[in-house]
Design a protein around this ligand. Sequence first.
Ligand code: UDP
Ligand code: MG
Length: 134
Amino acid sequence: MADEKTYIMLKPDAVKRRLIGEVISRIEKKGYQITQAKLMTLDKIVIAEHYAHLLDKPFYPDLEAFMTSGPVFSMAVEGENVIAGMRQLMGPTNIYEALPGTIRGDYANNMTENIIHGSDSEEAAIIEIKRFFE
Ligand code: UDP
Ligand code: MG
């Protein structure tokens, strides 16, 4: 299978809690390659684009406040089947189902402040890498 690229974001809680190294270490141990990386602060406009599918949810204001509360660490990550593979390393969105051994299972206990974002499809990965790196 050909190599894929995905977009990974370490959210403001990960940066504040000094977990960048821990998470990068897991990505590298899995054998994936980090090809781009950048610390950045996001505004409400880019968050609304990135989370357009959630704009009408009751939790959106809390999500927006969280995502603009401090810097995030953006990465492009490359490897075989990396889009699904990273979603597996991350653990599910529902934090109560995130098993120990996954990033969310080990480091998060909150539905909103859940450490990491990873693209969920090839189309999303292309759009997100463009959004955050171009
Ligand atoms: N989120 C939340 N409450 C929910 C569902 C999602 O606060 O009930 C937040 C959470 O930070 C999640 C983000 O919205 O990571 C994006 O949601 P999505 O469904 O895309 O989950 P993901 O792809 O991050 O697993
Ligand atoms: Mg998502």
